[in-house]
Structure formats: C-alpha cells, structure tokens
Write a protein that binds this ligand. Sequence first.
Ligand SMILES: Nc1nc2c(c(=O)[nH]1)N[C@H]1C(S)=C(S)[C@@H](COP(=O)(O)OP(=O)(O)OC[C@H]3O[C@@H](n4cnc5c(=O)[nH]c(N)nc54)[C@H](O)[C@@H]3O)O[C@H]1N2
Ligand SMILES: Nc1nc2c(c(=O)[nH]1)N[C@H]1C(S)=C(S)[C@@H](COP(=O)(O)OP(=O)(O)OC[C@H]3O[C@@H](n4cnc5c(=O)[nH]c(N)nc54)[C@H](O)[C@@H]3O)O[C@H]1N2
Ligand code: SF4
Ligand SMILES: [Mo]
Length: 896
Amino acid sequence: MAVEACEVRTTCPYCGVGCGVVASVAADGSVTVRGDSEHPANLGRLCSKGSALAETLALDDRLLHPSIDGQRVDWDTALDAVAAGLRSTIEQFGPESVALYVSGQLLTEDYYVANKLMKGCIGTANIDTNSRVCMSSSVAGHKRAFGSDTVPGRYEDLEEADLLVLVGSNLAWCHPVLYQRVLAARKRRGGLPRLVVIDPRRTASCDQADTHLALAPGSDSALFNGLLNHLHRHDRIDLDFLDAHTEGYLAALKSAREVAPSIPEVARRCGLDEQQVAEFYAEFTRTEKVVTVYSQGVNQSSFGTDKVNAIINCHLASGRIGKPGCGPFSVTGQPNAMGGREVGGLANQLAAHMDFAPSDVERVQRFWGSPVIATRPGLKAVDLFRAVGEGRVRAIWIMGTNPVVSLPDADAVRAALKNCPLVVVSDAVADTDTLRCAHIRLPAATWGEKDGTVTNSERCISRQRAFLDLPGEARPDWWIISEVARRLGFAELFPYASPAEIFREHAALSGFENTAWSDGSGSRRDFDISALVGLAGAAYDALAPFHWPRPAIGSGAERFFAAGGFFTGDRRARLLAIGARAPAHAPDEDFPLVLNTGRVRDHWHTLTRTAKSARLSAHIPEPYAEIHPRDAARLGIREDALVRVFSRWGEVIVRAKPSREQQPGSVFVPMHWGAPYATRGRVDAVVNPVTDPFSGQPESKHTPVRVLPWQPAWHGFVLSRTPLSLPEGLDYQVVVRGDGLWRYEIAAETPVVNWGEWARALLHEAPGDGWIEFADPALGRYRGAAIHDGRLVGCLFVAPGHELPPRDWLAGLFEREEIDAAERASLLAARPGKGQPDIGRIVCACYRVGVNTLTRVIREQQLTTPEAVGKVLRAGTGCGSCVPEIRQLIAAGPAA
Ligand SMILES: Nc1nc2c(c(=O)[nH]1)N[C@H]1C(S)=C(S)[C@@H](COP(=O)(O)OP(=O)(O)OC[C@H]3O[C@@H](n4cnc5c(=O)[nH]c(N)nc54)[C@H](O)[C@@H]3O)O[C@H]1N2
Ligand SMILES: Nc1nc2c(c(=O)[nH]1)N[C@H]1C(S)=C(S)[C@@H](COP(=O)(O)OP(=O)(O)OC[C@H]3O[C@@H](n4cnc5c(=O)[nH]c(N)nc54)[C@H](O)[C@@H]3O)O[C@H]1N2
Ligand code: SF4
Ligand SMILES: [Mo]
C-alpha cells in the first residue's frame, strides 16, 4: 500500500491520564509513536503501554467485515438486520425490551449519538456503559456532595500538594504518567508532596510512599469517618466555608463519632496500628494542601458511594477543595470515561450533565426535537444483564466493551447472552468472549483509524485523530449508530456526515438554556463547552487540548468550588452522614479468603490490544493468584503451581504467586484473561454480582473464595514460530505472544499416551531428521523439538509437576539462526548450558531487561539505586514504569 508519510497528534487510547501521542507514519506504512511534548497531560512522557502502541496496530486479528450468524454480509444487509431486529422487538415487547451497553472507550461523538438514539428516539434509558463498573460510585458521590458530577481539580494539584493520599489507587501501574509527574515533583520539591498509600495490598505505588496503610479490605469509610472526627477534635474545621457553602456537617460528624469514635476503634476496624492511624490523621490535619486521589479500591464496592462521600466530607469540612494543591480527585480509568459522563452515557443520566428532572427532560427533548424521550432512568449494567437473562430485555447491542469478561458473575452474563434472541456486537477484533455470543457482528474502526474527542480525568478534552486508513470494511461507531438510526426512521435527527458536526451539537446542548445563576456567577450546569458551538471542520481538526468549562460567555474557571458555588439548588454542598458499612459478603468457613481483583502494569483490560505486543506480554505473561506465603503454606500451595480459585459463583485456574505484598486472608487475581487467551483465567466468573445501592457499581474487589492446589496429570508448554491450534480437552491453556513466537502453557487432567505423536501432530512435523526428542515415560517427562536447517522452529516440554525449564531461555534460542550441538543437548536436558543466558522474566519492557540480568548485575556491581542500574543496563530509563520493581530487586539484596 502506498502511504503518505505524515505525523499526526492524537491521544492515547488507554488510561484516563489522556496523554498526547505523536504518531509518525513512514512512507512504507510503518508507524512509530512518541509522547506529545505539547500536550498538557503528559508533556512528552509516555508509559510502557503508550510507547508500545505501534506494536498493536497489525490487522491479523481484526474484525474486518460484518456478519450475521457467522455468514459474511455487506453493510446494508447487516444494518438492515440490526434495525429490523430492534424494531420488531420494540413493536412486540415495547421500548424497554431493547438495550445498548456501551463503553468509556468510545469517543464522545460515538457516545453522543448512541445516547441520543436510545433516550431521544427509542425513548428508553436502557443504555448503560462499562463506566458503571468503573466510575459510577464517583459520579454518585460527586452528585450527592456537589449536586453535579464535577471533578474540581487539575493534575497540577497533585504536584502542588504537600500531601498526596492515594486511596484504592495503584497509580504507578494504572496512571503511570501522572504518577511519574508526582515523582518528578517530589524530586524538585525536596520530597513534597509526601505520599500516603491506602490499599490492602502493597503495590508498586507503595514503592516511594512515605506511609502505606494496609487497611483491612473494605474498611475505608471507617478510616475517613475517623479522620472527620479527628479534624473536628483538632479544630481544623473550616467553619466559615461550612457556614457559607455547605449543609449537613453536624449530621456527618454525629455519624462519624458513632462509627469511628476514637483512633483505637478505627485502628481495630481497619486492622491497622493505632500509631499509623494517628500519624496519618496528624499529617492530614496539619497539612493545608492535601489531594486525595481515589480509584477502584473506593469505587468498586457495595458501598463505594459512601466511601467517596466519606472522603469528600473531609475535604469539604476543612475547606480543602478547589484551591491549588487541594481537593478530592477521582482519577478516571478509561480514555473517555469523562466524555461518556458528559454525554449522559449512564442509564441514570440524560445528557450534558442533565438528569431526569422533568424540566431537564423537557429541555433536552426540545433541543433534540425528538419524537419521544426517556423520562426515567434505565437499567444499570448488572441489572441490565440480569434482565437479559430473565428475558425482559430481548435485544442488546454491545459496543466497545467485553462484558462476558468484565462484568461480575460473568458466567451468568454469558448464559444470558446465549439465550437472548438478538445480540449485536460492534468490536474491532475478531474474537472476544462477547463476540462469541453475538448474532450480528459489526466491524468497528479503532484507535488510529477514527476521529473524535476524549476527555481525561482533569476535564481536558483532546482530539483523537486518524492516521491510518479504515481497514477492510471497518467503520467508526458514530457512523454505524447513525445508519441504524436512519433505518429506524430517525434520519432527520441523525444528519451527520462527520464527527465535527456531532461535536458542535454536543457543545450546543451543553450551553442550551445553561444560563447564569441569579447572582450572575457562571453557568447553571457545570458542563458547558458552548464556546465551541461554531467549531467548523478545519478548526475541529486543529483543536488543541483544552479544559472545560468553556462557556460562550465569560471564561470558565480552572478549578471548581474554592468559593462554593455548588450545583445544588441552593448552591451549597452536602456533607453526608456515613454509617458503619462492610462488604456484602463476608468470608466464612467454606470461602475463607477475600478475592481482590485489578490490573497489571503492561496489560489493558481484556487483552484485545496489549496481548498483541510481545514486549507488553513479557512482563506478566500468565494469569496468577497472589496469596500470602502463610496462607499458601497452609494450603499446600507452591510458587508457580496451578491453583483453583473458586467462589459460590464460579472458578478460575491460575498460577500461584506467594507474596508478602498480600495480607493474610486476601488473594489478588488480575482481571485481564478471557477465553481467547486463557481457558480458565476469567476472574469475573468468580466475582460476586453485588452492587452499590446508589451507583449500581459492583463490588469487584471483595468476593469470598477458596483456593486449592490443582493437580493435573501433566504440565507442559509449547513454543512455536507459527500460531498453533491446540487439541480440545486441555484443562489449562494460556497463549502468550513472544517476538516472532507463540508460547502455550498447557495442562490437563487426562494423560497423553504417546507424547511424540501428540507433539509432532501439533507442530506438523513428520518423524525424522528435523525432530529431536527425549522421553522418560516412567517419570512422565517428554521433550521434543523441531529443527529445520539448524533453526529451532518449535518445541514442547512436558512434566508431571509444574517445574519446567525457563521459557525465556528457550525463547532466546529461537532468536538464533542456527543452534549448535551443545545447545541441542542442553535443550533436551532442559537446562541452560554454559554461556546460554537466561535473562528471566522481562522487568523493563522498554529495553527488554530480564529479572535474572538485573539481579546478577545488581549483585556483581553492588548497585544500590535504580539510577545506577539505569546507567549500567538502561533498565528503568525509558518510561520509568519498572523503577518500583528495580528498587525491590535492589532491596531484596544478594539473596534475590
Ligand atoms: N496497566 C493498566 N492501567 C490501567 C488499566 C488497565 O487495564 N491496565 N485500566 C484503566 C481503568 S479502566 C481503570 S478504572 C483504572 C483503575 O486503576 P486503579 O483503581 O488504580 O486499579 P485497580 O488495580 O483496579 O485497583 C486499585 C487498588 O485498589 C485496591 N483495593 C482493593 N480493595 C480495596 C479496599 O477495600 N480499600 C482500598 N483503599 N483499596 C482497595 C487494590 O488492591 C488495588 O491495588 O486503571 C486504568 N489504567
Ligand atoms: N474483576 C474485575 N472486573 C472488572 C474490573 C476490576 O477491577 N475487577 N474493572 C472494571 C473496569 S474499571 C472496567 S473499565 C472494565 C473494562 O472492561 P471492558 O470494557 O470489557 O474491557 P476492554 O478489553 O477494554 O473492552 C473493550 C472492547 O472494545 C473493543 N474496541 C476497541 N476499540 C473500539 C472501537 O473504537 N469501537 C468499538 N466498538 N470497539 C472497540 C476492544 O477490541 C474490546 O473488545 O472492566 C471492569 N471489570
Ligand atoms: S499513562 Fe495512560 S494515557 Fe498516558 S501513555 Fe500510559 S496508558 Fe496512555
Ligand atoms: Mo475502568
């Protein structure tokens, strides 16, 4: 393909930090990316995921054509079928029988039209988004406190604070560039902000923390109630602010005193030392500039909204809000979590930060000129899929999210979709757990191919710009939705020919009847970008990142609420009385451990993007369960053995990683591995579907489970230069992308009689010259390798237990043009020979430095700082995401 070389400024499609990326396309079509030094979010930095974006653009796994029941069809046929299916369902069962389930990874323009179609045309609010499982407790908490879903502060506040408290946020891995900004500020400012991490686990974010409070899972509201009480006792309440701008302080304080009367009581409830609690309270109390950042350890809870308000209470009561270096700060996960909230993508919002108050409903309908409009909230994600399971929702269209992997009680979600009469899925890749349940598959364009805007955690709106042609028949989501809307008879309401037109309408709605308050102070609704109503095509194309609000009249403030001006009717914030709350399901005799779930550094969600990059897959290649060594010992679980983690809802089989970073009684399993990558790694099958009563957000961080060793008949792994189709019947199978290499970890309960035959069939080898093998049937061991013209093309290793040779060493042999006799011998002996380095698991993804290399060099050269390691090995000098791990290796000393 002839390509015009170009450079395009766009925005990273991963986390809510929203970094600017410059994508360069060379004349041969190859793409490289670098951080955009002009973007206010990252000023040129990128993390490991962002800098590997170019490695995720190959088309080999893409969904490129529409299909119905597995048959390829043209777009007209597919769109007609979607429209006909929706129409007939609505005619027979009413508008409430259809639903959309969308995503914080859609662009604002996609999201806007999806919401308009559902709420303004079909007339039901049965459109919810994966932001439900991500941000909805923050949204609900904001609205209870501020009357609007407003993030008051800016990223600079994290740098300007003197104390930064991270609650349930692994910022180092999940918002890496923001975390790097904080570390850089600490360097500049002589250790300020001081850093306190509140998380049951010891995470990478604890690496540089001054304090880590490893509180008991789910005990945050006690901790923050205690803090409110403490602020009161030590006279650090801002009475002027409370008087002038808030309601509810006395009730909040009364409840805090009942629930958290004293430091010893808080310490007991939170499982912390009294001293630690006292020091944290004292530091918070004496420091004027405090930012409290919170994320999924707060939101994903059956009382996440209460946790959010317990935190906001402390900031309101002490007047620490809206000023530089001050405030509660909900960091958003997805690239456009905020944009989705702006358009009203949640089932309990209408549009443009308006809800279902009759005046809002009337206003939005008038603006849209729509025939009908939803007048009350629709079903929230977990309830929505329950309704699908019960046959109340009979047609669902899912776009940009993979709920069979990411929703709790995920086996029930899959069963619901399997029984649903019409499942439409718009996705960019060809195989996901959710696509496997779809009747109609629609190929969506994705990052690099589509145009639009996203809003990051600090309300900064930036452009995603296309720099690649649309592959196959892939189309942008806004186009697909608009085409279906036209076929449903709403052509006049969907006249769009480009995302710019949609953006202008969205901007216009944000300013529509958004008049000043009677005191003349700013817009009535916080979300106002009406200054951009007239943004014509070229200006939209050139749009530089900007923060909202941007009202047509006046200038929007940088921060909200320093001088009150909340978006409640009386313009006063609300402090909330937060009671004693505990997670919905407590561990018991049958399920004695608490399952916590979350993310790893180099993978993104359900792996559809990051698993394509060998570099990103190398850091943590397989799903695992981290468990305290004492629990592991008691349960007879050894390092790297396979274990079953199961609850009343479902089960996974993953590798055990005993680690002191867990507290006893807790297990951590990452959320990422669905069926295309691991047969038994989908942890949401295990997670309880309990939700918060206000937000509907599930309790993804707290499910009682049991963990048991799993002893299959054999364990093995395969390395191959070409992708393989493995035989049915394997009980454990994980595929990992290497450099020009596929790796399969496998195990099964059924023995294999003839390993030689099995292996050769798998690798398409005839017995003969190219095949070398070693077999010890009595011990259940087998090793075989195919060598063509001296080059290793594939190999299989099998043993009864999980101890197998190092994969990274063997992967290294695939890089050779020819392997010699000594290497063949060591291959069959299953141990690296002299001079065959085993670099170990990759720690530094930027420069591919393995754990064994790091440990050896740290020991031999007696290195004591990550900087020194960086000088010798370059490790840690790229994106910096691995520095916490390097520091740990240094700390572990010569024994590591
Ligand atoms: N590498 C990577 N980065 C990502 C993503 C990704 O998939 N991969 N996803 C993005 C998205 S969408 C999101 S939402 C964010 C999420 O970002 P984070 O919220 O930072 O990530 P998580 O790992 O889900 O959970 C955060 C922490 O909450 C802790 N936690 C569990 N229970 C409790 C509790 O009761 N109290 C407290 N205080 N803490 C608790 C967990 O131990 C965990 O360390 O990350 C974004 N960034
Ligand atoms: N146990 C547990 N479960 C969790 C969490 C947890 O911490 N623990 N976290 C939750 C959170 S915070 C989140 S955000 C969710 C994330 O979970 P999901 O949203 O399910 O995860 P993704 O893998 O990001 O799914 C995005 C899908 O959109 C596709 N896609 C990419 N680009 C486009 C596009 O432009 N258009 C369309 N139509 N499709 C596209 C991708 O191929 C992919 O299939 O998981 C939630 N689930
Ligand atoms: S910090 Fe987030 S937005 Fe920035 S490069 Fe990394 S993943 Fe992308
Ligand atoms: Mo998220």
